[in-house]
Design a protein around this ligand. Structure first.
Ligand code: DGY
Length: 325
């Protein structure tokens, strides 16, 4: 009898993927809701595993791959982002790398729109005012925000999530939707989104939703120079990756009123320390990276990660393969 393939899972994860894998593989877990410490990963991965089921918090670099040794055939991350994995090193070792595209699109798009409205309508300040007793008689100019109606909606990165955000915002009756990405995309026509240069996006958008991956090209793209070009009334929302924004520059821009407000679901670093200067600002709403936090999304992410692993074992096409890009 041939031995079952061995999989190392770096966290407790939703059951759908685990139940599927258990039908034909032997699983070992880091049995915790918290990230595996690096030294534990380096130690535990040496057990001759065929697959690594990992999270975006696990840095999978040469050292980890070296420790895993030549049995490792696939690194499957339960995330869309895969910037934590050294793709070149995996390719050199013939290790397939796969992510979970598409299955969290709706969840992240819904969160992005929620965060935009939360920020533009100053809802958190309103909730705090009720709780603290600051809410007094009605005042004509208290806690006034910005509407989306008749505004220019900007999207930076019109991939699946950016498209999902734009599609959800379209019924708000904005003047137009503009986007910038590395290339024009044909599906932008479905929602009447117009491709513009990065400069035009900054200058014309009343709100900008950042929905892109972190790459060398997008790293700190939103910096002091960019904020100076944006409208002073603009709202900036980031549900892509924290590193797309230069956070010290964002702080200055918010304090100096170069832009009106920011809503961040992703930060640099994560977690952002509670004493970070951005946390102290009323015009900066920060969430703890909750884009894909729905049961629908997390169950699908777990299942997709499992299917990616099995596809490698079965020598089938791998749905989320990124090592071939
Ligand atoms: C992803 O899948 O990359 C998300 O950021 C996790 O929520």
């Amino acid at each position: 009898m041939t031995e079952k393939p061995k999989i190392y899972v770096t966290r407790r994860v939703p059951s759908p993927g685990i139940e599927l894998l258990e039908t034909e593989c032997k699983l070992t877990f880091w049995d915790s809701d918290d990230a595996i410490p690096r030294e534990e990963l380096l130690k535990n991965i040496t057990g001759g595993y065929d697959a690594l089921f990992c999270m975006l918090t696990d840095i999978i670099d040469k050292e980890v791959l070296e420790a895993a040794g030549s049995t490792l055939k696939v690194v499957a991350t339960m995330s869309v982002g895969y910037e934590h994995i050294d793709l070149d090193e995996c390719r050199r070792r013939d290790i397939v790398v796969a992510n979970t595209p598409n299955v969290s699109t709706d969840s992240v798009a819904e969160l992005t729109v929620s965060l935009l409205l939360l920020t533009s309508r100053r809802l958190l300040e309103g909730i705090q005012a009720v709780k603290s007793g600051e809410w007094g008689p009605w005042k004509p100019m208290w806690l006034c925000g910005t509407e989306m109606t008749n505004k220019t909606i900007g999207i930076y990165g019109l991939g699946r999530i950016g498209y999902g955000v734009a599609r959800r915002l379209k019924p708000f009756g904005g003047k137009k939707i503009i986007y910038n990405d590395v290339v024009k995309v044909s599906y932008a026509d479905d929602i009447g989104a117009e491709y513009v240069s990065f400069e035009t996006l900054l200058e014309e958008a009343d709100c900008i939703c950042i929905c892109c991956n972190l790459t060398p090209q997008t790293k700190h793209k939103f910096n002091a120079a960019a904020f100076k070009k944006m409208k002073q009334t603009a709202i900036l929302v980031n549900s892509g990756r924290g590193g797309v924004i230069q956070h010290d520059d964002l702080y200055d821009a918010l304090v100096n009123k170069d832009i009106t407000a920011a809503g961040l679901d992703v930060t640099e670093p994560e977690p952002l320390p509670s004493n970070h200067k951005l946390v102290s600002l009323n015009n900066c709403i920060i969430l703890p990276h909750m884009g894909s936090n729905t049961w629908e999304s997390r169950n699908s992410m777990s299942l997709t990660t499992a299917k990616n692993i099995l596809s490698v074992f079965h020598k089938e096409k791998v749905f989320g393969e990124v090592s071939n890009k």
